[in-house]
Ligand binder design. Structure first.
Ligand code: SAM
Length: 219
């Protein structure tokens, strides 16, 4: 077995050089597969979509489960949040819908133990990058954000998260510039945040959908 990182191997390099990223054209597939991985949602269910943006992921889910009982949209950008709320009110007029202009990982007061499901669509990696600083700073924010997500969930509730992770050769130390996490780093963060039953529900190269459950009881 080669001792070198795989990208030092000329054949591996030629195979993977421009072929690693999932590509924007495959994004709808990842959102759809994440929605398909959900259990059926109905009147009794409360979905919380965090970093909701203009409501793309929440809308996809709402279109599929029009009897959804309750939906909370959390998003720091007030204009996007208003767009998401308008969109979702049209799709699920009978649902109880609340909008919260708030951010993960900033010590803000977020509702506790409310969500049967929390969805997070492409929020952790891009926000880490946009915040800049070092990987250690990015990880510190991610950990605060994941703690917020865990607290939003009811005991036994599930997180479904889509992220575009680091490509295979993208590494870097804790004191280096912030970067996307590798798959094993992302799964380790979810597990150390306290999620159980962490599993990948869909993956194509660097884009990955995972789920994890808030334990019924703190152990
Ligand atoms: C790439 S967009 C994804 C939006 C939506 N989830 C989707 O899939 O279309 C990332 C979103 O995260 C929001 N965001 C930025 N910082 C955040 C934070 N600290 N907590 C939650 N959301 C944040 C941004 O405003 C933006 O709408």
């Amino acid at each position: 077995m080669s001792l070198h990182p795989p990208y030092e191997h000329p054949d591996w390099y030629d195979l993977h050089d421009t072929a690693w990223t999932a590509g924007s054209e495959r994004e709808p597939e990842h959102y759809r597969e994440t929605m398909l991985a959900l259990p059926p949602l109905d009147h009794a269910d409360h979905l919380v979509d965090v970093g909701a943006g203009t409501g793309k992921l929440a809308a996809l889910i709402a279109r599929s489960y029009p009897n959804l009982g309750r939906l909370t949209l959390i998003e720091p950008n007030a204009v996007k949040l208003a767009r998401a709320e308008t969109r979702l009110r049209e799709l699920v007029p009978h649902a109880r819908i609340e909008s919260l202009p708030a951010s993960l990982g900033e010590g803000q007061d977020l509702p506790a133990s409310v969500g049967d499901y929390v969805t997070v669509g492409s929020v952790f990696m891009p926000t880490m990058l946009l915040r800049g600083e070092t990987l250690a700073d990015g990880l510190a924010w991610t950990r605060r954000g994941l703690a917020d997500v865990l607290a939003l969930l009811k005991p036994g509730g599930w997180l479904y998260a889509i992220e575009t992770l680091a490509i295979a050769w993208e590494g870097g130390p804790l004191d280096g510039p912030v970067r996307r996490l590798q798959m094993r780093e992302w799964l380790a963060e979810l597990t150390s945040a306290g999620f159980e039953q962490v599993e990948v529900v869909y993956r194509f190269r660097d884009r990955v959908s995972v789920r994890g459950q808030r334990p019924f009881r703190r152990g």
